[in-house]
Design a protein around this ligand. Sequence first.
Ligand code: SAM
Length: 211
Amino acid sequence: MREIEAHESKLYSDLAPLYDKTFGKIFYARLRSVIEALDIPRGARVLEVGAGTGTSFPAYPRHCEVVGIDLAPDMLARAQEKILENEWHHIRVLEMNALDLKFPDNNFDYVMAFHVVTVVPDPVKLIEEAKRVCKPGGKIVVVNHFTSTSPVLGFLTEALDPVTRYLGWSTKLKMKPFIEEAHLNIDEVYKLSKLSLHSVLIGTNDKSTDH
Ligand SMILES: C[S@@+](CC[C@H](N)C(=O)[O-])C[C@H]1O[C@@H](n2cnc3c(N)ncnc32)[C@H](O)[C@@H]1O
């Protein structure tokens, strides 16, 4: 039998209404601090790939223009409800594959990927597409968990991959090889707290590293 891909999890379809009550609640504070720290300027164009139910949306300043894309219609339906309820005229959502973006090159000042690089089957392709649609000198911002560098913890978390994939994410992505393979020109890598399992990666889009 074929192994389930993380993005095929029921979490993003039948169980989408549960997302905000569980993961969305946990993730919001983290995303708000990352977005606030970016100090996004007036008029900036922002793309968020794998935006889901729009967990991050309340954090974006109204003076920027945000497009959220996602593959899952059930997740996007909730995001769209929030946009209407809150009259977020600066945000719109579209159904689209992050691995095959329907935007022209050099189109956004920021491309965000929050909790999604371990959900797509090809995280390097996701970054390649992010770099393509991001303007030269624009920012690529990734927030995600990565496989622990501790041999024991790394082994244990990787062993759980078939289970977590069923739940909706992979535990098999090592940060350093990922950054190298994706040719991400990293400015900053940090964690929001010492014990956090998630890392924040901020890169400047250097088109000269494209392949
Ligand atoms: C863990 S959720 C993260 C949602 C949101 N970014 C957050 O932080 O709450 C992962 C999201 O990625 C979406 N996704 C998975 N594969 C995708 C793809 N190829 N293109 C676009 N979105 C995708 C899923 O549908 C889901 O909404």
